[in-house]
Ligand binder design. Structure first.
Ligand SMILES: Cc1ncc(COP(=O)(O)O)c(C=O)c1O
Length: 475
C-alpha cells in the first residue's frame, strides 16, 4: 500500500474498502504481499453489487466477470429467480441437521439431479445401473474427500481385497485444497509444500491434447494416454480402489482439454480392473463444456460423480456426490462402523438446495444449453484471430470454456519469484484487462474465458478487444 492509501480521509470509497479489507482479511489463493506492497500494480477490486455478467464497484464502475467468479456463476449475478427461491426458503427453513432429519429441498434436489445425471446405455438397450443416491457435502473439496473415502471404505467393507488402498489420478489435475483432495492433484505450486502430508496416488499421464506431438491428433494423443493408464493398472493389480479425473477439461491445470475417447477407454479400463471411476465435474458440470455434464460427450457414466460450483447457480456453497446403488449397498449393515460416517454441519443446507433447484428450473425454462451453443459459436469466431498472434501457441474451446495459451515467457520461473510482481506477465495481463473493465485471471500462460451464460454480444466484443490488449501487454 502506498502512503496515500493509509490516510482514510483522502481515499475514495473503493480505496476505503481496500484499506479496511487489507487491515483484516487474508485472501484465498493470494500472496498477500502482492496487494500490500504492490497495491497499485495489483489492486483489489471492491465489489458493491453484481448485475448479470457485471461486477459493479462503489463508484458504479462496471467490470465484466469473465471468469464467472471462480467458475461458480451460471446465469449472471443476483439472478432474480434464484435470489427469490433462497429468500422464500430462508423464511421457511434455513437449516436443519441432515442426520436423522429430512427436508423437501434436499429430497427434491436429489431426485432432480439423479434424473439428469449421465447415463450409460448399452447397444442392446440395457446398460449400467444408474447413479442412484446423493450424498451432500458443502463445497467442492469436501465432496472430493467424500468420493475418495467412499471408494476406499466400500472395498474395506467388502473385506476380500485389503490391498485396494490407492488412488489413480492424472498428471496436471486439480481437485481442491484439503489434504485428500490436494493429494490427488498434481499442480506443483499448490502441492509441493504440503507433499510430506499427502497421500501418494499413482499418477497416469494426462491425455491433454496440447501435449500431442506434431501431426498427432487429439484422439491419438488420448489413446496413447489410455494405453499408459492400462499399463499402470496392469502394474498394480488389486491395489487401486478408484481413479479420479476431470472429464474433458483440466481447468486449474490451464484449461487443458482432451478428446472424449479417453473417457471411454478409462471407463473400460476401470471395469476391467474393478476400479471405481470418480468423475470430478465440479468445474465442468452444468453446461460448461456444451453438454449438461462432460461425461455425456463420451457416453459414459462414472461410479461416483462430484458436482459443486455451478450446482447452485453460483449463489451458495454446496456439493452433491452421486453414487451407484451398488456403492450405497456396500455400506448397509448392522454395524455403525461400516456406515459412511462422514458429515458436515451444513450438509444439504436447505437454502443451498433451494438455489440448486431454482437453477435446474432455469436450465429447463430458458433452454440454456441451446442458447449456450449459439454463444459458444460467437466466442469461437471472436477468438479465432488470436491464433495468428505471434505470442499465441494455442486457442482451444470446449463449449463455454475458451482458452488462449501463450508461448512460455523466456526465463520465467514457475511461480515467478525471480521477477518483480509488477513486471510479471500474468499480473501485467490481469491489470491491462482490469483497466479496460474486464476481470480476467490468467492461469500461468493461459488466458481463458469462462463467462456467465448470460453474456451478450456487446460484452463478448468487449471481452475479445480486452483480451487482445491483455495479450499485447504480455509482450
Ligand atoms: C475440478 C475441481 N475440483 C474440485 C475443486 C474444489 O472445489 P472448492 O473450491 O469448492 O473446494 C475445484 C475448484 O476449483 C475444481 O476446479
Amino acid at each position: 500500500m502506498n502512503a496515500k492509501a493509509h490516510d482514510p480521509s483522502i481515499l475514495n470509497e473503493a480505496d476505503r474498502w481496500r484499506s479496511r479489507d487489507l487491515a483484516v482479511l487474508w485472501h484465498p489463493c493470494t500472496q498477500m504481499r502482492e496487494h500490500l506492497s504492490h497495491g497499485d500494480a495489483l489492486p483489489l477490486l471492491p465489489v458493491a453489487r453484481g448485475e448479470g455478467a457485471w461486477l459493479v464497484g462503489h463508484d458504479d464502475r462496471r467490470t465484466l466477470d469473465a471468469v464467472s467468479s471462480w467458475w461458480t456463476n451460471l446465469f449472471g449475478h443476483a439472478e432474480p429467480r434464484i435470489a427469490e427461491a433462497i429468500a422464500r426458503q430462508a423464511r421457511t427453513l434455513e437449516q436443519v441437521i441432515l442426520a436423522g432429519c429430512s427436508h423437501a429441498p434436499a429430497v427434491e434436489l436429489a431426485e432432480r439431479l439423479l434424473a439428469v445425471a449421465p447415463r450409460e446405455y448399452a447397444g442392446n438397450g440395457g446398460g449400467r445401473d444408474p447413479l442412484a443416491k446423493v450424498f451432500y457435502a458443502d463445497n467442492g473439496s469436501a465432496g472430493i474427500e467424500v468420493a475418495l473415502k467412499m471408494a476406499f471404505h466400500w472395498f474395506h467393507n467388502r473385506g476380500d481385497e485389503p490391498r485396494r488402498t490407492r488412488f489413480v489420478s492424472l498428471t496436471n489435475s486439480y481437485h481442491g485444497e484439503t489434504i485428500g483432495a490436494l493429494s490427488v492433484g498434481d499442480i506443483p505450486l499448490y502441492r509441493r509444500v504440503y507433499a510430506p502430508l499427502l497421500l501418494e496416488p499413482l499418477f497416469a499421464p494426462s491425455p491433454d491434447a496440447f501435449l500431442a506431438r506434431d501431426g498427432q491428433s487429439a484422439a491419438a494423443c488420448a489413446e496413447e494416454a489410455a494405453d499408459a493408464l492400462a499399463h499402470l493398472l496392469d502394474e498394480h493389480p488389486g491395489e487401486v480402489c478408484a481413479l479420479i479425473l476431470e472429464p474433458r477439461v483440466q481447468c486449474a491445470g490451464g484449461m487443458r482439454m482432451h478428446d472424449p475417447v479417453y473417457l471411454k477407454r478409462v471407463r473400460e479400463l476401470c471395469d476391467v480392473h474393478g476400479v471405481f471411476l470418480i468423475a470430478d465435474e465440479i468445474a465442468v458440470g452444468f453446461g460448461r463444456t456444451g453438454t449438461m455434464f462432460a461425461c455425456e460427450q463420451a457416453g459414459i457414466q462414472p461410479d461416483l460423480l462430484c458436482l459443486s460450483k455451478g450446482l447452485t447457480g453460483g449463489f451458495l456453497p454446496l456439493c452433491a456426490v452421486l453414487a451407484t446403488q451398488a456403492i450405497y449397498d456396500g455400506f448397509l449393515d448392522d454395524s455403525r462402523e461400516r456406515a459412511f460416517l462422514h458429515s458436515h454441519s451444513y450438509s444439504g443446507n436447505p437454502l443451498a438446495c433451494a438455489a440448486a433447484i431454482a437453477s435446474l428450473d432455469i436450465f429447463e425454462s430458458d433452454d440454456v444449453l441451446a442458447r449456450n451453443r449459439v454463444t459458444a459459436g460467437k466466442m469461437a469466431q471472436l477468438a479465432a484471430p488470436f491464433a495468428d498472434h505471434p505470442l499465441v501457441a494455442d486457442v482451444r474451446q470446449a463449449g463455454m470454456i475458451l482458452a488462449i495459451e501463450l508461448h512460455p515467457e523466456p526465463g520465467a520461473s514457475e511461480d515467478g519469484n525471480a521477477v518483480e510482481i509488477a513486471n510479471r506477465r500474468g499480473p501485467r495481463m490481469y491489470r491491462a484487462a482490469l483497466d479496460r473493465g474486464v476481470l480476467l485471471r490468467p492461469l500461468g500462460d493461459v488466458l481463458y474465458w469462462m463467462p456467465p451464460y448470460c453474456i451478450d454480444d456487446e460484452q463478448l466484443a468487449l471481452l475479445a478487444d480486452t483480451t487482445r490488449a491483455a495479450i499485447d501487454a504480455a509482450a
